[in-house]
Design a protein around this ligand. Structure first.
Ligand SMILES: N[C@@H](CCC[C@H](N)C(=O)O)C(=O)O
Length: 263
């Protein structure tokens, strides 16, 4: 048996096990990630953030993000804020701006009061598609935030609340060969509400990249090329700012525990 140090943090209730691996000596297998993220047999988390040295000279640290089932994803918007909060608290980085290497490129995170703002890069709109849950089907807009999203608008809040998201919504695997995160939305910009089913996880209390996709679609529906949209998620509220050049994700990130895990 070996032990590993960990911390636990969340951003609007999207929670992560953080594993510092400053020497890059702890390549975790899928099953080990799944155990660490298991809420009964492990620590519990929607995903895992391994803190590893970056090979890119533009950033000191690489966020090795893994979903709760051990699968790899390109990007995690809540995760990168929690990652930077951890770096700052551990003295591994200095604010106010911290670049982080991710599989979706370098993301710069800026401290803004109690919150952290991430330059996520522009949303990329793809084809329209659809998602189905329990025999009901909604049209949706595909959006890439480095990782794949499908944004579906529902009629009203009661429809959103009644949605059963225990299972993965059905989607077109021809459009999303790598799977997809599906967001269900009500309301219009500048303030919308969403629930999400995340690829490799299940329903979560929040998804940062999902909120970016939702905010970008909501602003576009409102005929706005740029602007601000608040996105209410079950775990809180995220703010999406779209400019001519990029898209910013702003929200809280907190570290709630530290410890040792026997593996
Ligand atoms: N919760 C994340 C997204 C994590 C990755 C996602 N499940 C995927 O597989 O693409 C966020 O805050 O963005």
């Amino acid at each position: 048996m070996t032990t590993i140090d960990f911390a636990k943090g969340h951003g609007t209730g999207n929670d992560f096990v953080i594993v510092p691996d400053l020497q890059d000596a702890l390549p975790l297998k899928d099953a080990q990630v799944a155990l660490l993220c298991d809420r009964r047999f492990g620590i519990g988390g929607d995903g895992l953030l391994r803190v590893a040295p970056s090979e890119d000279p533009a950033a000191a640290w690489f966020m090795d993000y893994r979903n709760a089932d051990g699968s790899i994803a390109e990007m995690c918007g809540n995760g990168v804020r929690v990652f930077v909060r951890y770096l700052l608290e551990q003295g591994l980085a200095e604010g106010p701006e911290v670049p982080v290497a991710t599989r979706a490129g370098i993301k710069t995170v800026r401290v803004e009061g109690d919150e952290l703002r991430v330059d996520m890069g522009a949303a990329e709109f793809g084809p329209t598609s659809q998602a189905s849950v329990e025999g009901f089907t909604w049209p949706g807009q595909s959006v890439s935030m480095g990782n794949p999203h499908l944004v579906c608008h529902l009629g009203d809040d009661s429809e959103l609340e009644a949605l059963e998201l225990f299972h993965q919504p059905r989607y077109d695997a021809g459009v999303f060969p790598q799977g997809v995160n599906v967001e269900f939305v009500t309301g219009t910009a500048p303030h919308v509400r969403m629930r999400v089913h995340e690829r490799g996880v299940g329903e979560t209390a929040s998804c940062g990249t999902g909120a970016c996709a939702v905010g970008a679609v909501a602003l576009r529906h409102a005929g706005q090329a740029t602007g601000v949209c608040k996105v209410d998620v079950p775990g809180g509220t995220l703010t999406i700012t779209v400019t001519d050049e990029t898209l910013y994700l702003t929200g809280p990130a907190v570290i709630v525990a530290e410890g040792t895990f026997r593996i």
